[in-house]
Ligand binder design. Sequence first.
Ligand code: ATP
Ligand code: MG
Length: 437
Amino acid sequence: MKLKKNNLVGNSLINEHLKQIRSFQKKPPKLLINKEYDEFALSIIKKLNDANFNAYLVGGCIRDNIVGIAVKDFDIATDATPEQIRKLFKASRIIGKRFKLVHVYKKNKVIEVSTFRSESANTENNQQIVKDASGKILRDNVWGSINDDCHRRDFTINAIYFNPISHELFDKHNGISDVYDKRIVSIGDPLLRFEEDPVRSLRAIRFASKLGFKIENKLKDAIYLKGHLLTHVSNARRFDEFNKIFLTGNGYKNFCKLKSFGILKYLVHPNQSEFGTLLEEHALKNTDYRVKEKKSVTPGFLLSALLWPRVIERSKIKNKVVFKKFNSAMGLILNEQLSLTAIPRSFHTYIKDIWKLQFKLERRTKFEPFKVLQHPRFRAAYDLLLLRESATSDDSDIGKWWTKFQASSRKTKILMLDDLKKNKSEVKKFGFSEELG
Ligand code: ATP
Ligand code: MG
C-alpha cells in the first residue's frame, strides 16, 4: 500500500515535470518571434538574464501581440526578488503592499517587473498569502517558480510567458490556443478565484469587450454568483478599473455587459429614466469616439454626464429644479459615487463647475455669455450641454446657439445677445422637458 502511494506521488511528480518541459517546448507562434519589442523592455530582460535570473514578458503584451493589436504596456515576470530587482536597476522603486512589485523607470517610461508568486507557504521569505473571511487575498507576496506563478494569474490568455531574446515560451495553461479560439478561460475554479479577488470579474468583461472574445460559461456563472463581492473592493481599486473599463475605447460595450451581468452598480448607479439611459449611451459612445480619435478623455467629464440625471432628479420639486436643492444635490450625488469609486479631489470641483455652468449656458442673460466663454470649464460644460440635448427631443437649440456664438465675431455675438433679449419669452424653467420628467 505504502509503495503504491509512493509510486503515485512519484508518477504525479514525473507527470508534472514532463508537463513543465512540454510547456517550455511548445513552439512560439511566428508573430511572437518576428515582433519588434520595446527596447526598454528588452534591456530589462537582458540585464536580468545576464545576472542569471529568468525573465519573461507576460500578460497583455503577449496576448495582444498574438491577437495582432497594439500593445498597451509591458509586464515582466522574473525569479529575482523585488530587492534583487531593485539592486540591479538604479532607477527603480518597490511599490505595493498587498502585491509587491518593482517599477523600473527610464525617462517617462515605467515597466512593471514582478516576482514569480506561489500559492504555498514559503519559508524562504517567510511570507504567507493573507486572506480575509470572504476569501479575499489581502497580501500575496509568497515567491515561487514560473510554474507556481502561472497558477496565480487570472485567465489562460494572460498566462503566456515569452522571453523575446531567447524565444523561450512557457504556456502551461494553453493560453495560446484559447487566444486562437477567442475564449476567456479561468485558471482554476472561477468561484474561488473571484473570492480571492473580485476585480477579476470586471477584468473578464473588459477583456471580452476589448478582444471580442467569449467568456466561458463557468466564468459567466461565477460573475453572476460572486459579483456582489465587489462591495469588498476598495473604492480606489474600483476607480482604477472604472478608468480602464470606460475610458479605453470600449466603454459603451462594457457598460452594457456589466449591466446585463448585474455588476454595473458596483462602479456607477445605472439611471432608470429613458433620458438617463440615453444620456449614458451618448456620453459613453462619445467617449469611445474620442479615444478612437486620440482626443483627451477624463473620468471627471464622463462622471459629470453619467451622474447628471441623478443630480437633476434630486433637485426637483414638481418637475421644477429648485436651486437650493441643486446645490446640496451636487454634494450628495458625488458622495454616493465616492462610496463606489474614488474620485481624485481635483475632479470634485471640476465636476461641480460643469454642472453649475449648465444654468449659465441656458440662461444667457445680458453679457454673461462672454464671461462663460472664458470659464476654464466652458468647453466641458458645452460638451455636456450637447449631450443632454442629444438625449432629449427638445427643440430650443441652445447647443446650436452656443456653437454659433463661439465661432462668431464680437459684433455678431452682440447681435445674437440682442436677439435673445428681444425674443425672450416669459421666465422659463431650467432644464429640458425630458430630464424634468
Ligand atoms: P492590459 O494591460 O491590456 O489592461 P493585462 O492583462 O496586461 O491587460 P495588467 O493589469 O497589466 O493586465 O496585468 C498584467 C498581468 O498580471 C495580467 O495579464 C495577469 O496575468 C496578471 N494579473 C493582473 N491582475 C490580476 C488579478 N487581479 N488576478 C490575477 N492575475 C492578475
Ligand atoms: Mg498590462
